[in-house]
Design a protein around this ligand. Structure first.
Ligand code: CP
Length: 357
């Protein structure tokens, strides 16, 4: 792999991604051949936010490769509770481990951690921003269940604003030709502008709709998502959004027989339990594909030799990121780093937030 860290799945080239998908399938077919592949390696899982699938599938992946695991799933049981910074935490844990998977409620955390970590960092979800290994899970599932990753009509439904899995999935699927997206949400929970800009800059098309039923007959893939209660600032606003889109057997009546239903999980009630028994529902198989995807990704990342030395002094921009959820808001020592996005616009290199100058 050319890049050391995986902040988003687009850190892998097209060839690297396809190699990882094929390796995931190879491991799934011949697990015994890989049972010692990471003997002596240590994965650190730093989970500042709750998780079932991502944390446990990372851990299981390393254990099945013959490695071992350290980490925390509640920062209150670590020295984070005493005020230790992200920089110090990853510097220290990078000295104990060979690879770090980090989840955090603030957007841009994985990119910040990667600046200071001596070992490769994988983003296991940073706030409502990105979730690359969920996307790896999704593409391994699609590759196996659809037989292709191009020429697909993909419906994404629910909380497209805060759903980090949606953002990462779109960023990856626009790199395959012929894909188009139907974005099904309320206006309040529509996809962020920077993701629409990424689609517009690609050869793919999208359209925004508010009716799941209207979109259904066109779809090759329906990607349902949970309304992300933890990202709302008011319970009233959550209640207004919750329950708008619920997939049930009746709504599936007009869907293609070949359509696949994916969901990153956890589900609350946006998919009725009766749908679980429809042969198009692939969300539980998806969780298993994800484990093999993470095995393949870690094996690939660990091939890169040597420790990274963090630069001592980093240049900082005079402007600060305007995103209140950006990691730079709480880890104050982080240098402000932006990409010029044209006109008066700066794009934060941690969280992709837009700042007007
Ligand atoms: N899909 C996903 O990220 O699930 P967890 O929050 O349980 O890890």
């Amino acid at each position: 792999m050319k890049k050391r860290h995986v902040i988003d799945l687009t850190d892998l080239s097209h060839k690297e991604l396809m190699d990882v998908i094929r390796l995931a399938n190879e491991i799934k077919a011949h697990p015994a051949d890989y049972a010692e592949a990471c003997r002596g390696k240590i994965l650190a899982t730093l989970f500042y936010e709750p998780s079932t699938r991502t944390q446990m599938s990372f851990q299981t992946a390393m254990l099945r490769l013959g490695g071992t695991i350290i980490g925390f799933d509640n920062p209150q049981n670590s020295s984070v509770a005493k005020g230790e910074s992200l920089k110090d935490t990853v510097t220290v844990i990078g000295g104990y481990s060979d690879i770090i998977a980090i989840r955090h409620p603030s957007e841009g955390t994985a990119a910040a951690a990667a600046m200071y970590s001596p070992v490769p960092v994988v983003n296991a979800g940073d706030g409502g921003h990105l979730h690359p290994t969920q996307t790896l899970t999704d593409v391994v599932t699609l590759y196996n269940e659809m037989g292709r990753l191009d020429d697909l009509c993909i419906g994404l439904c629910g909380d497209l604003k805060n759903g980090r899995t949606v953002h990462s999935l779109i960023k990856t699927m626009v790199t395959f030709k012929g894909n188009r997206f139907i974005l099904i949400s309320t206006p309040e929970l529509s996809v962020p502008q920077y993701i629409k800009d990424i689609i517009n800059a690609s050869e793919c098309d999208y359209r925004e709709v508010s009716s799941l039923a209207d979109a259904m007959p066109e779809l090759d893939v329906l990607y349902m998502t949970r309304i992300q209660r933890e990202r709302f600032t008011s319970e009233d606003e959550y209640r207004r959004q919750h329950g708008v889109f619920i997939l049930d057997k009746e709504k599936l009546r007009t869907a293609k027989k070949s359509m696949k239903i994916l969901h990153p999980l956890p589900r609350v009630d946006e998919i009725d339990v009766e749908v679980d028994y429809d042969e198009r529902a692939k969300y539980f198989e998806q969780t298993v594909y994800g484990m093999y995807g993470r095995m393949a990704l870690m094996l690939t990342m660990l091939k890169k030799e040597g420790k990274q030395v963090a630069p001592r002094v980093m240049p900082t921009h005079p402007f600060s990121c305007s995103n209140p959820r950006c990691i730079t808001r709480t880890e104050k020592y982080l240098p402000s780093i932006f990409t010029e996005a044209g006109g008066d616009m700066l794009l934060c290199r941690y969280c992709d937030g837009r700042t007007l100058i």
